[in-house]
Design a protein. Structure first.
Length: 359
């Protein structure tokens, strides 16, 4: 098992990465303060892993709430089922919420923990590659609104993250690829050596080589933990973690939540950011080709969504959380491993990128 640390003073916490961690009773139990536990999961994950997790909670008053599965259920209405359960079972402020699932469950359980009785502890037990390398780390919690992704939420850090890499064995290939998009993101933002490694090892990741996956998860978590430690609430450098997200969130909202997976949408979004950067002379065409090739090898989309017009993109991008004083700020690239935040990009060239990706 590998242990990393998210350094946030009195809210610091460990990230554990390893095989079969769901069954390690003491690992889990050392981070639960009271005797009350509510596991938040969904109808796909519950039959696979709920019993194994509950078996590690011997001696606790444990209950579970099983939510419907899907990005389209990441709403305030569905979140209310968690509050219904907490109140009906008379859980106190000593309850710990355990998020067992992917990024949707992690974001929802974390937000529920931030709100219930003004804040109770929670633990992230991520079961998708995407959630193990990104969403379980850093304390961003949220639900979607019909008008915008992740628009209702809070920064709220977990007690720990327990990433059991064995759970990835049951993940569908398309979901694995979606997670690889977030892994590639770290190389593009600030870790060019990792990008080189990914080019060499992409086949090992897509074929689920355990050592390659473990290395990619550790390096991604370390890259993310370093950024979060510098800027927990995204006043500056953390915004770089949103590479591809302004375009990508527009795709997810525009195409209907759940139709494009998050990783698929941000892969296309990262390519759009690279395309715009190249049009402005900030990066070379050959670097854009390297990015496109890597996404293709990972099984990720490299063309725009069918039926979304440039105007629809612009309208949806205007709801992004990085908008300031009505100006859309974008994360762009000054080369592989050199992401920058910018509001002085060439607006005509943005239009060219949107036109180019119109399918
Ligand atoms: P997800 O949570 O929808 O999980 C993907 C699918 O895999 C679901 O159908 C799920 O039931 C299933 N699944 C989960 N674990 C499984 C397993 N071990 N075996 C088989 N099936 C399994 O999607 P995701 O990609 O994990 O997360 C995407 C979400 O994360 C989005 O809502 C996105 O906005 C959010 N996100 C949040 C952050 C953050 O910092 N908080 C960062 C990135 C993404
Ligand atoms: N996934 C972006 C962030 O955590 O900031």
């Amino acid at each position: 098992m590998k242990t990393l640390n998210v350094a946030l003073a009195d809210r610091s916490y460990p990230i554990y990465i390893g095989k079969d961690l769901l069954s390690q009773q003491s690992l889990l139990q050392q981070h639960i303060k009271g005797k009350e536990v509510l596991v938040v999961t969904n109808e796909t994950i519950a039959p696979l892993y709920l019993d194994r997790l509950v078996a590690s909670l011997d001696g606790y008053q444990t209950e579970a709430v099983v939510l419907p599965d899907g990005e389209q259920f990441k709403t305030l209405e569905v979140l209310n089922q968690v509050f219904d359960k907490l109140l009906a079972s008379r859980f106190s402020r000593k309850v710990t919420l355990l998020a067992l699932g992917g990024g949707v469950i992690g974001d929802m359980a974390g937000f529920a923990a931030a709100c219930y009785q003004r804040g109770v502890p929670f633990i992230q037990v991520p079961t998708t590659l995407l959630s193990q390398v990104d969403s379980s780390v850093g304390g961003k919690t949220a639900v979607n609104h019909a008008l915008g992704k992740n628009m209702i939420g809070a920064f709220y850090q977990p007690q720990c993250v327990i990433a059991d890499t064995n759970t990835l064995n049951t993940l569908e290939d398309r979901q694995l690829a979606s997670g690889i998009a977030e892994v590639i993101k770290y190389g593009l933002i600030s870790d060019p050596a990792f990008f080189d490694w990914l080019e060499e090892n992409i086949d090992k990741l897509t074929s689920r080589d355990p050592a390659a996956l473990a290395y990619a998860i550790e390096r991604s978590c370390q890259d993310k933990a370093d950024v979060v430690a510098k800027d927990e609430t995204e006043q500056g450098v953390r915004a770089l973690l949103n590479l591809g997200h302004t375009f990508g969130h527009a795709i997810e909202t525009g195409m209907g939540y759940g139709n494009w997976l998050h990783g698929e949408a941000i892969a296309t979004g990262m390519l759009m950011a690279a395309d715009l950067s190249a049009r402005m002379g900030w990066m070379s065409e050959s670097d854009v080709s390297r990015i496109k090739t890597l996404f293709e090898q990972a099984g990720l989309p490299v063309t725009g969504p069918k039926g979304m017009s440039p105007q629809q993109f612009m309208d949806l991008m205007a709801v992004d959380k990085k908008v300031q004083d009505g100006v859309i700020r974008l994360i762009l690239l000054r080369g592989i491993g050199k992401a920058v935040i910018s509001d002085d990009y060439d607006k005509a060239k943005l239009q060219q990128t949107l036109d180019f990706f119109q399918a």
